[in-house]
Design a protein around this ligand. Sequence first.
Ligand code: BES
Ligand code: ZN
Length: 447
Amino acid sequence: MRKGRKRFSLLLSVFLLTSSFYFGSVQSSIVQAAPEKSNPSAKAFDQKVIARVDSERIYKDIHHLSEKIGPRVTGTKEEKQTAEFIKKRLQSYGYNVEVQEFNIPDQMIGHLLAGGNQIDINIPAGSAATAKEGLTAELYDAKLGKPEDFTAEVVGKIALISRGEFSFQEKVANAVAAGAAGVLIYDNIDSPGPLNPSIGGETSVPVGGISKASGLSLLNDIALQGKTVTFTVEKLGSATSQNIIGTRKPKKGSGHDIVHVSAHFDSVPFAPGANDNASGTSVALELARILKSYPIDKELRFVFVGAEEIGLVGSEHYVSQLSQDEVKRSIANFNMDMVGTDWENATAIFMNAVDGKANIVSETALATAKRIGTPSELILYQRGSSDHVSFHDAGIPAINFIRREPGTANLEPYYHTPQDTIEHISKERLQEAGELVGASIYSLIRN
Ligand code: BES
Ligand code: ZN
């Protein structure tokens, strides 16, 4: 495949990057092929990386993270188990490994027991907790949760409310005003995971989100039969998360420039997170293996990040711990998040920049893609929503590599659902991400 590809010039591709245009409401630029002179030595260096990228290994690690460990929710033992796995791996490669632990805001964990069945439930931030033994009460069918949907019958019961027409916050406020002892909101569209409602502020009663299927079965089997459910909301206080940082410095000298390679390893509840983000984590681990012993003239840091899914907490903590000198020496952040989906429409590799502008990372990746003949289109795009934001905010040039559908910028339909599993991972695309990002990093740090 690689042999037949055209050769392109580094300079021309950098020039092309500046020719951006508007695409929907968001600035983006599509990278076009440009004719070029060859650079044989750069190609030989690329080969040192790309010939070694092994998608089978990457796939095995994704399997371990998403199937063996499963959902790696921030602050849980599964997230910690993943951190330990990454730490051991980096140590086995000879990196200097630091475990950076930090506090995370109190997390709410919910359980819903109905007729002997556990029902998957999400608890929004701001929900009240229940007593330890939970709240056992009848359900009240509150329809959409309009004021007129409530009668005095709701007092002391758990209001079962459908999503739709107006905000979650208003539904909860109406239920509380009518005297409900708790609120369950069910989805109005089919989804394999429970609804994740956000309710704005603190509430005086426990609140949870469930799927449409769960809501309808509660309505028929429990509410209409006058049976009770037990709803428990527990506050997970003083929880912690952690970043795992593997560092390699050049043999000689000090005060080198630093290249940060990041990927978050936590996931949202109920999602095995194979693509989001066991994919980026496992590609980064593979690059750590490949780059563990080549001579380098810059400091290389693999930053495996926890607590991304609760608001980039891990990466913010990481950059907050960098000294001014380290920030000054930081020349690039390559962030990988969702690089392995097999969703057929996600044919492009988006390079998300917070400001939508080309930087050293996007330019390096673009030049590398031309040299090695990356099959997918690369699209420079303006978007946050991952850990590159924290690096960008600290003034470090950063790009998030992510697969999306060109034109719409859509993500795969499995995103943040229980269907984000290894069945939807493409080995070819893992290979492509590993080669592109790996050869790009190496072109910056090689001696
Ligand atoms: N893996 C996604 C990354 C992402 C990037 C999603 C671009 C959508 C667009 C990430 O884990 C995620 O879900 N991010 C959150 C925001 C974050 C600050 C919690 C999101 O986009 O909702
Ligand atoms: Zn993610």
